[in-house]
Design a protein around this ligand. Structure first.
Ligand code: 4FN
Length: 253
């Protein structure tokens, strides 16, 4: 896959991609990430990339000419069919299903904004799609662009090595993690749940599924609603909810 990022801070992108799974995917040549700085597309002596907003008010807006020129230069380096994506608070929520769809493409262009945002005409002329990583105020689109790159690149075939699979354990897909433990067995007075030391693999599988379901139900019920639970998981959830209802009945609720 080929990725291009349009940003006023190209070193922010390069520096963050050196590590871990994404760093290795780059080394292995599974993906390339280029950057294009709108400042390189300015014509004036001051290399101006921002200007005051029409209509007044505080803050500055990214000027259209250098930004659109950078988008076109970067997009020309990508295979046909590579979408031009702007990271923005107005975008469609970026979720794992979106990451999977992007990972199937030959390339993508990511545009990171700065200041108060980009001139709307750049979105009309040079952007196919807007994505948002969440509902909070940020100072730039670079960390969202890196979030998309991280989520997409780990899905590329070969990125995780053959010891792990991005499918994870199929029965728990779409759920929060179960609790993880490693040595020592006793840590600051806290022990590891005995089932994990039992060697009973079926029992361990059931325990993990139940803990994942329980946590997801309590912390992120929206994920349960959206998950396609395996029959095994649906049964475990029904039993968990029945047990919980019985416990509440006992307490006179
Ligand atoms: N943010 C909101 C409403 C209006 C503006 C912002 C905001 C960075 C260039 C965009 C923010 C959030 C998720 C990019 C926030 C994202 C950005 C993102 C982003 C500087 C202009 C700006 C959501 C709080 C109602 C600044 C909320 N995903 N503007 O943060 O780029 O990708």
């Amino acid at each position: 896959m080929k990725i291009e990022v349009v940003t006023l801070f190209p070193r922010m992108i390069a520096g963050a991609l050196e590590y871990g799974v994404v760093g290795r995917a780059l080394e292995r040549g599974l993906v390339t990430v280029g950057t294009e700085d709108p400042r390189a597309h300015t014509q004036d002596a001051h290399r101006t990339v921002d200007d005051r907003p029409y209509g007044g008010g505080p803050g500055m807006v990214m000027k259209p000419e250098p930004l659109l020129a950078a988008i076109r230069a970067a997009h020309a380096r990508l295979p046909a069919g590579s979408p031009r994506i702007c990271l923005s608070a107005q975008g469609e929520p970026f979720e794992e299903r979106v990451a999977r769809a992007l990972a199937a493409l030959p390339g993508m262009l990511l545009v990171a904004g700065r200041y108060e945002g980009v001139d709307e005409r750049v979105l009309e002329l040079g952007i196919d799609r807007e994505l948002s990583v969440g509902d909070y105020v940020l100072s730039g689109g670079e960390l969202p662009a890196l979030t998309v790159i991280d989520a997409v690149v780990r899905l590329l075939p070969g990125a995780l090595g053959d010891e792990r699979s991005s499918e994870e354990d199929s029965f728990a897909r779409g759920l929060l993690d179960w609790p993880h433990y490693t040595r020592p067995e006793l840590f600051e007075g806290l022990s590891v749940p005995p089932v994990l030391l039992s060697g009973d693999h079926a029992g361990i599988g059931r325990w993990r599924l139940e803990r994942a379901l329980e946590r997801t139900w309590r912390r992120r019920p929206d994920l349960i609603a959206g998950a396609r639970l395996a029959p095994e998981a649906q049964r475990a959830l029904n039993e968990l909810l029945a047990a919980q209802a019985a416990a509440e009945e006992d307490r006179g609720k």
